[in-house]
Design a protein around this ligand. Structure first.
Ligand SMILES: Nc1ncnc2c1ncn2[C@@H]1O[C@H](COP(=O)(O)OP(=O)(O)O)[C@@H](O)[C@H]1O
Ligand SMILES: [Mg+2]
Length: 251
């Protein structure tokens, strides 16, 4: 049997009086690809932060390979944050940002060994040529790859991504989704990705979580993407014609 990678037990998160996540229970096996989908404000980022141990739950807990998130290091778990929350004007170069994934801080001497590791991971992400580019001179898609490079440089067993825009960046040499596939199947990485791209989730994930404060549905993409579940998650306003397209295409 596959080893359980992430187990979420009875997780409830509150900010003040406001309940953001209510009684979440689920587990994901090693080497799975979990897609998390839900409306804005539905608690997706909060769930990712709870998995990372950045948020203290009101009740319940998260275990990653049986350990508490606070016992993990960036060798165990990689994180690509939501791009809109990043300060684009931060005066760093690509290699410096990626190297912080090795050292955990900005105060480092760029050794030959680090240079080799940074180049290797940038090459994997199709970004080798931008090693010395300031990060405020990158496109959104390029910046995303740099953050991916930073998050995987220690080859973590688990990778969390908060809304990477998988579709926007076809110009880059290496397709972002291909990178994720390589990580999942060749490097045996468990991937958890918050996304609005339902079609991508349908085709690439092994499990889908529809989240709106609590679990609306959790299971295989075929089970989860029913019209009823989509209605429950997004209600009338969220109805997306793309979804009909996916369902029709695959029956
Ligand atoms: N640190 C915080 N303090 C208070 N409220 C927060 C905090 N972080 C998020 N929230 C609120 O929690 C809810 C869920 O937010 P979030 O997890 O970011 O949703 P999503 O990522 O699904 O859009 C939102 O209503 C948001 O305003
Ligand atoms: Mg979010």
């Amino acid at each position: 049997m596959m080893e359980v990678c992430i187990r979420i037990n009875n997780l409830t998160v509150e900010f003040g009086k406001y309940t953001v996540l209510k009684n979440i229970n689920l587990s994901i096996n090693d080497q799975e690809f979990l897609a998390i989908i839900g409306p804005n404000g539905g608690g997706k980022t909060t769930l990712i932060k709870a998995i990372l141990g950045l948020i203290e739950p009101k009740e319940g807990n998260v275990l990653i390979f049986g350990k508490k998130p606070t016992e993990l290091t960036f060798k165990d778990i990689g994180y690509v944050p939501q791009i809109k929350t990043l300060d684009r004007n931060f005066p760093a170069k690509v290699y410096e940002l990626v190297a912080t994934g090795l050292t955990g801080n900005w105060n480092f001497r760029y050794t030959k060994e680090m240079r080799r590791e940074v180049r290797e991971v940038l090459a994997f992400c199709g970004m080798e040529h931008l090693e010395h580019r300031p990060i405020n001179k990158l496109s959104g898609g390029e910046l995303q790859r740099v953050f991916l490079a930073r998050s995987i440089i220690r080859r973590p067993r688990v990778l969390l991504l908060d809304e990477p825009a998988t579709g926007i960046d076809t110009v880059a040499e290496t397709d972002f989704s291909l990178l994720l596939e390589t990580l999942q199947y060749q490097n045996q990485t468990t991937i958890v990705m918050v996304t609005h791209d339902w079609e991508y989730a349908f085709h690439h994930s092994t499990s889908v979580l529809l989240l709106n404060k609590s679990v609306v549905a959790f299971g295989s993409p075929k089970e989860v993407f029913s019209e009823e579940n989509i209605q429950k998650t997004f209600g009338h306003f969220g109805h997306d014609h793309k979804m009909e397209f996916i369902i029709k295409k695959n029956v």
